[in-house]
Design a protein around this ligand. Sequence first.
Ligand code: GAL
Length: 823
Amino acid sequence: MKIMRTPFVISCFLFLCSVSTVLFAQNVRKSWTLEDDWKFSKGTQEEAYAMDFDDDDWEEVTVPHDWAIYGPFDESHDLQIVAVTQNGEKVATKKTGRTGGLPYMGVGWYRRTFEVPDFDPDGQRVKLIFDGAMSEAQVYVNGEKVGFWPYGYNTFYFDVTDFLNADGSLNQLAVRLENKEQSSRWYPGAGLYRNVHVLVTPKTHVPVWGTFVTTPYVSEAYASVNIKTELEQVAEGTDVSIETLILDVKGEVVARKENVQRLNHGRPLEQFLTVDNPHMWSPETPYLYFAKSVISIDGKKVDAFTTRFGIRKIDFIADKGFFLNGQRRKFQGVNLHHDLGPLGAAVNRSAIKRQLQLMKDMGADAIRTSHNMPAPELVELCDEMGLMVMVESFDEWDVAKCKNGYHRFFDEWAEKDLVNMVRHYRNNPSVVMWSIGNEVPTQCSADGYKVAKFLQDICHREDPTRLVTAGMDRISCVLDNGFAAMIDVTGFNYRTHRYQEGYEKLPHSLVLGSETGSTVSSRGVYHFPVEKVAQVIHEDQQSSAYGLEYCSWSNLPEDDFALAEDYDWTLGQFVWTGFDYLGEPTPYDTDAWPNHSSMFGIVDLAGIPKDRYYLYKSVWKPEEETLHILPHWNWEGREGEQTPVFVYTNYPSAELFINGKSQGKKTKNKEGNLQERYRLMWMDVVYEPGEVKVIAYDDNGNKAAEKLLHTAGKAHHIKLIPEKEKVSVDGKELAFVRVQVVDKKGRVCPTDQRSLSFTVEGAGNFKAVANGDPTSLELFHKPHMRVFNGQLTLIVSPENVGAIQLKATGKGLKKGEVTIDAY
Ligand code: GAL
């Protein structure tokens, strides 16, 4: 029986923002990134911190840089002989490709010089900010050690003012990184893979992450905006004048406040401003505001700071769910690892944007940054594009999952890491929840709830406006030992059959699918017979794209769709995963080389959607037409054999025709099994080459849409399809181009696996290529690769304004050519 409880309502009104560096009036503060002119070398070289160390023969690199993505792939890289206990394993076996088979381990050094123009050691403070460095970073300036930060995913900074040359001459920066073997369950990347910033401020200044903007009251009529501003290097009792303007996206001032406040007892400056008729932030309306403060003492301006934020209101209401701006919604979320496939972990804003856009186009409205702090670019883009974010911190606490994992640092560093995470992102309106951990083994310790409380309290202290969750997979443990009850939002990973129990037994009366699905598939690969099956291994070391294969601990998409639809108290889900990622090639992870990338993705490693993409879209974006047919129709040798056809559509029913012969009309069936509720499936179709036609019908039985699929003819030429016709030469944007082997009529040849070569001429350079095949050992940065089932993705970097000419050739094919404009 369900126990009724007082509604647990926490209203997280919010706000805010982030950004940080950049900008600011009258050159009061300056910030720039250190990208070019780095020298890099692998190897211990323990003297490399020294000023006079000779790095002449080191490699020249640009940061962000991932030293391991260039390969080669090799089974011996970080070969782990382990039992993955969270997957139920008891005996240690050879785990191949677990961290991607890439050489991420070892020590690597980065060196470069930098200058602080017009440096005034008495009147300025200088900080070095690392968005993330993989890992165990030791930072040296002018031969002296400035600091250490072990966690490779977090942003950290050091005040280096006192280490700089006082005369303003060039400073020597050296960074030592070390990745131990068995430190990860997936490919972590290696090196200075995120940006490094120099921030110069006046001596009295707003520190890094020194503002906190919240919206304690939000209505359609007005929002109250609270801004707390810290100030460093200023005496207690000083009278400080602060003028704050709130600007909308057009730059118009919508609120203004100026007053003089006395700094007492370490309290920050605090102001309340009112914005009338606020535009509220949501995934559909990602509206942003800017709070611009100027701080003066004795009539003299000392610093100026701008914080980007949003106005929105979030509520978690017991029994009723999650509400954004007063409207209930279920999270239609995906988990994302941080690697960008062929680009590795090296951050690239346009590559992240492309991933997020593909997710949004599918109807996703949320991202979980599994299982660590994201790149700042991701959170900024989510603010701008409209995606809610669960920012996650750890995959391990004090109890190990990996021999050299984060547990080595947990006691000393967990609080520092969480503080940085929360302060960094507490002003970003996209962030709606903090996650303190994923499937941490600590969840089954008798005292595990104390660790959870310790971490949750830190989040609440640093940000009283957001709730905290954790992904839990040991449901019996956490229901029995008080661990789940301790945490604000109950996040279950898989175990959909335990949701009801969690709802009934836990105080908050809400359950989130913090990790769902883990359906496995390879793009364009179909196995027969077609059946729902867990943990199946096929000879070709691929999983079937019919989308019916999953893991012993996981499930198919339908289970999660139904839970979201059928119960108010479910909060929705975060699917494992939006994209394939490097490492964790389940179910081909035990002595199964060459598999080295995941098969969980809805989209493959090349950024090409698998069939499942359209299943999610049909449910998550019902307002837009989806009519997708699978499998392909090139089954030479299967003539006369049963070859099921599935259709993913937002329409309730459809009729299938093979070469004009009706195979009957199917209607989604709420009463049938869960697959029949969401997919239209013709299981008895007998293969004959030719034409597959689907006619979809709407709720009134009227014809709504039609789709054709044909058996492709002989491979004839190569088609290059740029995702965008123009790309900017800002040094960051990349052009992504779909490459297809097609027949005379331009139809993809879905079984073609031949090798292609690429040349890029004119205003751009070849950057990388990926085919999405989890068993492919071809290197991403060489201009040739096999297509995987007829397709791959080419990545080009624009260098100058002008035309970029791309050419692809392959044996027996007419070459493909296309031009992209770089502006
Ligand atoms: C979960 C885990 C994820 C990933 C996934 C694969 O248990 O949290 O990181 O390993 O399983 O299904």
